[in-house]
Design a binder for this molecule. Structure first.
Ligand SMILES: [Fe+2]
Length: 393
């Protein structure tokens, strides 16, 4: 047993949580860091809400200049990242503040790489070229839930020319500080919250069952699963309840910490091609795939899947691990249905051929950041079977 426990564990983001923490603490932290020219990575939608102006006004009153880059698109593209890097450098910025969802945070990390390293961001995909230096000081203010990007050591970038998403991995990419302020998520539509909360649930389940899981990541993952189980149905039924939404937001960050330590698995391997090729939102793709992939993975760790099932149905403590784990696929399918997630991708109305399935399966198998940490060894023919289940003809 002890021979198998040989690991290092480091969570380096300072997480600051609380109502109004952005208004109360952001300026102080930027001043403490002695920064004066902030590159703000965000999207046009957030500019329209007035949030960015509120933050830049606070900074300006205190003689801190900001350069707002608001062209971040969903699934940030490599060209946009290179353009952001040029603007950062031209304006002599000295730190990056990401405000937005996972896309803004991924974009900010990737800009951090290109302003401190030579070449193109694609050179650093999958660690092909190593991110060898620190990036500029990076603070993150997530305005959505789910991605956990505010505490993770990777950026996901999209190359639209080949229709692929790539991970740029490096411990240098971890934001120095994350401000988790429930007021930032108040305007999110409930469907958005449910899909992204299920992404966080997938993060927690995949890290808990990962081959790289440790007792430290397990503790974080189980807590995130409990919080999402307890709060998502109530938040969906009553979207104005700030308390339940705040719990989901915090659970997303905790799930992010879990997977930054333990990695992800086959749900993400299969969902990335669905987003890259068909533009399916990441959380929805993950939520749909989760029960099918767990059906495949179940045999690899009956004990852990039984533990997850018991969080959802505490009465399963009366059953042994095999019987409890047998319930998990049904439990997660019902949990998805509670928040109106489709049971498969049939709703896309896409033409599915064997060639399509083959290409998706090849891309999934090529997802080098997730396939190795899946609890069951993955073969392409198994991935083909999973895609055939979720893409009905
Ligand atoms: Fe995810």
């Amino acid at each position: 047993m002890l021979q198998n426990q040989y690991f290092s564990s480091c969570l380096s983001t300072i997480v600051r949580f609380g109502l109004d923490i952005v208004k109360n603490e952001l300026l102080r932290e930027i001043r403490l860091a002695n920064k004066s020219r902030v590159f703000i990575a965000t999207d046009a939608g957030l500019v329209k809400t007035g949030l960015i102006e509120t933050i830049t006004a606070i900074l300006m009153e205190n003689e801190i200049e900001s350069v707002v880059f608001s062209e971040v698109e969903p699934n940030p593209q490599v060209e946009t990242i290179m353009r952001g890097g040029t603007i950062y450098t031209q304006n002599s910025c000295d730190m990056i503040l990401a405000i937005g969802g996972g896309s803004s945070m991924d974009f900010a990390k990737a800009v951090g790489v290109v302003v401190t390293h030579s070449g193109h961001i694609l050179d650093y995909r999958r660690g092909e070229k190593v991110v060898a230096n620190s990036i500029p000081l990076l603070f993150a203010i997530p305005t959505t839930v789910g991605t956990g990007s505010e505490v993770t050591a990777a950026a996901v970038v999209t190359d639209p020319i080949v229709g692929r998403k790539y991970v740029v991995p490096s411990s240098f990419l971890v934001p120095k500080m994350a401000f988790i302020d429930p007021l930032m998520t108040i305007t999110l539509p409930k469907h958005h919250v449910s899909a992204t909360a299920l992404d966080a649930l997938v993060h927690a389940i995949e890290s808990y069952t990962s081959v790289r899981a440790t007792p430290i990541s397990d503790g974080l993952a189980l807590q995130a699963i409990r919080m999402i189980r307890e709060n998502l149905p109530a938040s969906y039924a009553n979207p104005d309840n700030l308390e339940t939404r705040a719990q989901i937001q915090l659970a997303s960050t905790i799930a992010g910490m879990a997977f930054s330590l333990a990695g992800l698995g086959l749900v993400h391997s299969c969902s990335h091609p669905m987003s890259a090729v068909y533009n399916v939102p990441h959380g929805i793709a993950n939520a749909i795939l989760l029960p099918y992939v767990i059906q495949y993975n179940l045999i690899s760790n009956i004990k852990k899947y039984a533990e997850i099932a018991r969080i959802f149905q505490p009465e399963l403590v009366l059953k042994n691990d095999q019987a409890a784990s047998d319930e998990i696929v049904g439990i997660l399918t019902s949990f998805n249905a509670l928040v109106d997630i489709p049971k498969d991708f049939g709703y896309l109305g896409i033409e599915v051929t064997d060639d399509v399935i083959d290409r998706l399966a090849s891309d999934a198998m090529d997802d080098k950041g997730t396939i190795p940490s899946n609890p069951r060894k993955v073969y392409k023919e198994d991935v083909v079977k999973i895609y055939n289940q979720v893409l009905p003809r």
